[in-house]
Design a binder for this molecule. Structure first.
Ligand code: HEC
Ligand code: HEC
Ligand code: HEC
Length: 360
């Protein structure tokens, strides 16, 4: 019969022996030889269990698999995932096979994992494997866009992938700025919304564009997609692309299909506010009256989903932004989800702001 003392001693000795082995330097940590089969099985099994459990509390959004969601994530996939996982265009990158574990090609992932499980993997990443977590953890909407993309990936032709990831509206001939060419993959040459996949940036005030890019780059404004795109831009590049997009005039997006009843309530919030709920008139800061701070963005003609998401982020305290973003913190507490739907439908239904047009 082994007493508990002997058992404990045995465990301590085993741990010491393990430490001694590691200290001797005899355990290979080189990626070149891969894992032992058993290590691989155990790690992957633990990962599957963990993902399944975490996915139990994840709720699927209504707008999964929409074309605009797929386009929203495609350029980011190309820039930040394809060099590990490959893509329909570049096949399997040579470095992948030399990683332990190797990043798998993702053409069957949507069959193996449910949408909620894909969400967990992409949002949280996977320890001990090199699979990174989403850069902005609170942007569940961005992660869902990526899940939509991953679900479309298995059936995607190389040509479709190229159009989605690199865009089709490139900067004009003679415009050879590589930074601008990168922005244009997603925002096009005129900063339009591209079927609602991206916010309109063409014609926004130059000062707002500069502040915003800076805020994305240093993480004071939360977006996994834009932080990746803006990180490492020099002040000079930020100034150049801000001046360029401030001078564009994209065509107005398609009018929103939302019920006309919303618009009247939305207009009232925009022009008069909701005094009982201590919500100020939005136009006080977002209108085009003389003397308005030029670093405040216009909202007219902006994509509705985008405005709505930004207001929910402000409400949750997780949007961040440029030097004046704290002003919005006082505006949002009194807005209900219905108010938000109405006021964003209203702004999305307006043609682009006249003030923006005047600066071009
Ligand atoms: C540095 C390399 C690397 C990058 C960059 C990377 N991944 Fe991964 N990814 C991995 C590795 C390694 C695994 C395998 C994890 C495992 O086996 O547990 C993985 C696993 C996955 C899986 C599960 C695949 C399956 O079929 O089991 C998905 C989905 C995934 N990654 C999506 C993404 C997305 C989306 C991005 C970009 C936002 C991304 N990855 C960026 C290395 C990477
Ligand atoms: C891979 C796609 C992609 C690339 C490349 C990209 N963007 Fe973006 N951009 C987005 C997405 C998606 C958003 C919406 C972010 C959000 O939901 O918070 C966005 C948002 C923005 C905004 C905020 C708009 C607002 O109304 O506040 C600005 C400004 C912007 N991008 C400018 C740029 C510039 C300039 C570049 C080039 C340096 C660039 N982007 C490159 C996808 C991209
Ligand atoms: C006191 C001034 C002020 C008032 C009033 C105000 N805003 Fe703002 N709002 C701002 C500023 C400043 C920003 C830019 C924050 C940043 O990104 O730096 C902003 C940003 C926003 C954005 C994000 C725009 C984008 O392109 O990303 C939305 C959406 C918005 N406001 C909606 C509203 C609505 C709706 C109302 C009325 C209910 C309102 N705001 C009232 C100052 C104000």
């Amino acid at each position: 019969m082994i007493t508990w003392r002997q058992g404990l001693l045995g465990l301590v000795l085993l741990a010491l022996a393990g430490l001694l082995l590691a200290w001797s330097g005899m355990i290979g940590i080189g990626a070149s030889s891969g894992h032992w089969k058993i290590t691989d099985l155990v790690l992957h099994w633990a990962m599957e269990q963990s993902v399944e459990t975490a996915a139990l509390t994840v709720e699927e959004p209504l707008e999964l698999d929409e074309p605009w969601q797929i386009r929203r994530a495609a350029g980011h996939f190309e820039a930040s995932c394809a060099f590990c996982h490959g893509s329909p265009l570049r096949g399997r990158p040579p470095l992948s096979d030399r990683m332990t574990p190797p990043p798998p090609p993702l053409d069957h992932s949507a069959e193996i994992w449910s949408p909620a499980e894909l969400f967990v993997i992409v949002q949280q990443g996977v320890k001990f494997t090199g699979m990174p977590a989403w850069i902005a953890p609170k942007r569940a909407d961005e992660v869902w866009a990526m899940v939509s993309f991953l679900r479309a990936l298995p059936r995607m032709e190389a040509a479709t992938y190229r159009d989605l990831a690199f865009g089709t509206d490139l900067p004009p001939e003679g415009e050879s700025d590589p930074v601008l060419a990168y922005c244009a993959r997603c925002h096009g040459s005129d900063g339009g919304t591209d079927d609602g996949a991206f916010p309109v940036i063409g014609g926004l005030p130059e000062a707002y564009l500069r502040d915003t890019l800076q805020a994305f780059a240093n993480g004071t404004r939360q977006s996994g997609i834009m932080r990746f795109a803006a990180a490492g831009l020099t002040p000079d590049a930020i100034a150049r692309v801000s001046a360029y997009y401030a001078g564009q005039r994209p065509p107005a997006p398609e009018p929103s299909e939302r019920v006309a009843g919303l618009l009247a309530h939305g207009e009232k919030i925009a022009t008069e506010g909701l005094p009982d709920e201590r919500v100020p008139a939005c136009q006080r800061c977002h209108g085009d009256q003389p003397g308005r701070n030029p670093a405040f963005p216009e909202l007219d003609g902006q994509a509705a989903w985008y405005l709505e998401e930004q207001l929910h982020l402000f409400k949750a305290g997780s949007r961040g932004g440029g030097p004046y973003a704290r002003l919005m913190a006082k505006v949002v507490p009194g807005l209900t989800p219905e108010d938000i739907e109405a006021v964003t439908a209203y702004y999305a239904s307006l043609p682009a702001a006249p003030q923006a047009a005047a600066t071009r």
